[in-house]
Write a protein that binds this ligand. Structure first.
Ligand code: ATP
Ligand code: MG
Length: 786
């Protein structure tokens, strides 16, 4: 590492911190990667360039607006070649003049008086500023989070969950002015595009118009070139008939269209053209770029004045139609809108939805909305009709087929009979969570057409049969992509709108639904807190991180004291020595725990506990300790072989105290060891039962955790056969002893430190059963050896 790089990196209790890039780095290998990485390298280069510029620049003040960059450049040129002059934003107050070489700067600084256009200029060395990374503008999610945080106190003041939902929607939804501003942008684009693409139409779809839009939502637009194609075909025919340079209305000659034949041009070519038009001809637009890798290629742009991000797609009639469908449902049933806003916000807070820049393994808003509609179709009595039922409510003129898919439904919401379901929003929201908490996502396909879920196998068989019988284009693309969550688009029946989800997101979605279901059953959800605490929607919509923190408290396993693991003579004395026995037993438990993680479960030890830290827990590790690390607040002496110093399981006896110091129970009757930090690279908890069965085959069956050698073998088998986790799981484990003698137990507090793959909970659930049994087995084994 270079000297300047070292200065950027600081060691922290959690690893390292790079002050240049403002990031935390957990360990040495990641640090090495970070330092070699693009971000760090680019920032280092930028900093170097800035520094060298600073060293060759002077700061000039005392200017007036009549002095231009050129005036300054000309004036300072007499001291040496000038490479740049940067004026302040208001022009004419100060400027930075950058010389090509340091000599130019020195000469300018040594000149006693500077006069230009009758003004006396002040020339100073440029101030050396510390190079700092300016954080990027907050993304929509952070904005959303901020808005929600500000709303919290107001929400808690309201009297019911219904009122909270209505209030929240009111604050998030697109206002009338925003809608107006959006339609003006659409109008402007329409006017420009029609110049280049005669008879073309710009049609908005998505959240700007589907009644579920929030303040920062993007502007989805469909550029309909169907009529332009017709126009072009006519023009071409006329041209061939009438000879060169002529057309029926003269529009095509100076049109950009003369450069492109829409009947043969690829979507990419047309989109490139759209991008050029946006860049050159639409005022106030920037950040124009084509994304051709998306499911539907798109031109992205940004409207500066409105700070509005927009997408223009071609061939997107189905999306326009499904937007109409959402509008219809919303018009037919007011509660849908409120539920969709709430579920969208909940999913965002729990990091289940909101793929950055479109792609990614999370749910998108359209898929979430379909999940809400499907649930409402399944309420008793139903809140919304199925899509097939809607089709039958439509009249003949409303029939609509797009790309061979039947997209028929009534135009007006009035055609849909009102629901007989009278549940309120509070109840319906709770119902949503319990509906999906037990839903069989992996084995079924959700169909909004029928309002039913179909077992995946049956669905695939039927799709296969349909394909054999019907050769229309709708079956050309084959069936939908079956994945961990299958939500069939209600119109494009070969499309799974949740096809982008990975196992983890699908699992998290269900887990979060289960958590939310549990919470919705509690008093905290249903009734206002009299003590001003978070309640109702506020708790439900608490971001993932905060819940995770609260949940960390829940990751505790208790190992109850059992006297039969002590040698008989000690057992007889336990009532006399009381807490001494608790500590003795605790130390033995800690020693076997270390051995279980290290040897049986093959975890890597990152850092070990160094001290006994009486009465403190994971969050406060700076308690006052004597040099042995034991807190002293009692006078009970221990025998020479009692006490723990790392490593816990070293030596023939695992309870050796190197100094014979005196560990004590704190006044609160607790002793806490500082935490271990462990890493696990393998799914050692997955499929153990099966491996165990294979390993012991016909020999005597053994229960989980009853044999150390066997469990070690099971782990080895898994680590050899199963692929490593994509990213290592890192977790803290802090043991604590509570209670005295018979009521003593060891509490093992776990906390995920790095769990980007999202496996910690699975590992923990396995440990809940496995550890107590394994500890007992090992303690008994060790006692046999005493
Ligand atoms: P937001 O932009 O606020 O996230 P949105 O509803 O506009 O919400 P987008 O991802 O911008 O969502 O998509 C715009 C529209 O395109 C959707 O409303 C829907 O009509 C259609 N759409 C999006 N994703 C899909 C999909 N996977 N399948 C079918 N149609 C989709
Ligand atoms: Mg959108």
């Amino acid at each position: 590492m270079s000297v300047s790089m070292e200065a950027d990196i600081k060691t922290t209790p959690k690893g390292f911190h790079c002050s240049l890039c403002n990031v935390n780095i957990p360990n040495q290998p990641s640090l090495e990667q970070h330092v070699k990485g693009r971000k760090h390298q680019t920032l280092s280069t930028v900093r170097c360039t800035r520094k060298s510029q600073e060293e060759r620049s002077v700061f000039v003040s005392g200017l007036k607006p009549n002095i231009s960059n050129t005036d300054l450049a000309e004036y300072f040129h007499r001291f040496g070649p000038v490479v740049d002059v940067i004026m302040d934003k208001n022009k004419g107050v100060y400027a930075i003049v950058q010389f090509d070489e340091i000599d130019g700067m020195n000469t300018a600084l040594s000149c006693v008086e500077h006069r230009l256009k009758g003004l006396k200029l002040r020339v100073k060395p440029r101030e050396k500023k510390e190079f700092k990374l300016i954080p990027k503008k907050k993304n929509d999610f952070q904005n959303l989070q901020e808005v929600f945080d500000r709303l919290k106190p107001e929400l808690c003041q309201l009297g019911s969950v219904n009122a909270q939902i209505l209030y929240m929607v009111e604050r998030f939804q697109l206002g009338d002015n925003e809608k107006k501003a959006r339609s003006l942008v659409i109008q402007l684009l329409q006017e420009v595009f029609v110049e280049f693409f005669p008879d073309s139409k710009i049609i908005p779809f998505g959240s700007s118009v589907n009644t579920f839009g929030i303040h920062s939502c993007d502007l989805d637009l469909f550029l309909d070139l169907e009529n332009t194609k017709v126009f072009q075909a006519h023009a071409k025919a006329n041209f061939e008939q009438a000879g060169e340079g002529m057309s029926d209305d003269g529009r095509s000659e100076d049109s950009i269209l003369s450069d492109i034949d829409l009947s043969t041009a690829s979507a990419a070519e047309v989109l490139d053209l759209v991008a050029v038009i946006l860049k050159r001809c639409v005022p106030n637009v920037d950040k124009v770029h084509v994304v051709s890798t998306a499911r539907l290629p798109v031109v992205k742009f940004h409207h500066k004045e409105l700070n509005l991000h927009g997408d223009i797609t071609l061939n997107n009639r189905l999306a326009v139609r499904n937007t109409r469908f959402l509008q219809l449902c919303s018009g037919a049933e007011e509660r849908l809108r409120h539920l969709v806003y709430t579920v969208r916000l909940w999913a965002k807070q729990k990091q289940l939805a909101g793929n950055p820049s479109g792609g990614g393994p999370l749910l998108n808003n359209y898929a979430l909305t379909l999940l809400v509609i499907f649930y409402l179709q399944n309420c008793d009595p139903p809140v919304l009709p199925t899509v097939d039922q809607l089709k039958h409510m439509a009249c003949e003129e409303e029939e609509c087929v797009i790309e061979d898919w039947d997209c028929t439904f009534p135009t007006q919401a009035i055609a849909v009979p009102a629901s007989k379901n009278t549940q309120d929003l509070c109840g319906l929201l709770a119902g949503f969570f319990s509906f999906y908490a037990k839903f069989e996502f992996t084995t079924s396909v959700i169909s909004l057409r029928t309002g039913q879920s179909v077992p995946t196998e049956t669905f695939l068989k039927k799709a296969d049969e349909a394909m054999q019988e019907d050769s229309t284009s709708k079956h050309h693309h084959g069936g939908p992509k079956i994945g961990p969550m299958n939500i069939l688009d209600p119109f494009e029946l070969s499309h799974n709108v949740a096809g982008n989800l990975n196992d983890r997101t699908a699992r998290s979605f269900q887990k979060e639904c289960q958590e939310a279901e549990k919470y919705c059953r509690s008093l905290q959800y249903q009734s206002k807190s009299s003590k001003g605490k978070s309640w109702g929607l506020v708790r439900l919509l608490t971001p993932h991180g905060e819940v995770q923190q609260a949940r960390a408290e829940l990751f505790t396993i208790s190992i109850p004291f059992k006297s039969d693991v002590l040698p008989e003579d000690l057992r007889n004395q336990q009532h006399i020595a009381k807490e001494a026995f608790s500590l003795l037993w605790f130390q033995r438990v800690c020693a076997v725990i270390e051995s279980i993680f290290q040897n049986v479960l093959k975890c890597q030890l990152v850092s070990a506990p160094e001290v006994f830290d009486a009465g403190e827990d994971m969050d406060s590790q700076n308690s006052s300790l004597d040099d042995s690390g034991f807190s002293v607040d009692s006078s009970l002496e221990f025998g020479p072989n009692i006490g723990v110093k790392r490593p816990l399981s070293s030596g023939s006896d695992d309870s050796v105290s190197p100094h014979g110091k005196k560990p004590r129970l704190s006044k609160r009757g607790r002793t806490t060891l500082s935490p271990w930090l462990w890493e696990q690279r393998h799914v050692v908890w997955a499929g153990r039962r099966k491996v165990r069965r294979e390993l012991i085959k016909d020999s005597e069956a053994k229960a989980e955790g009853s044999c150390v050698a066997l469990e070690t073998q099971v782990t080895s088998h898994i680590t050899e056969k199963e692929p490593e986790l994509k990213e290592v799981l890192q977790f803290k484990l802090q043991p604590q002893v509570v209670g005295a003698t018979e009521s003593t137990s060891t509490l093992l507090k776990f906390q995920p430190i790095q769990d980007s793959v999202g496996v910690f909970q699975d590992f923990f659930h396995f440990l809940e059963v496995f550890l107590p049994k394994m500890v007992e087995t090992m303690l008994l084994n060790r006692m046999d050896n005493v």
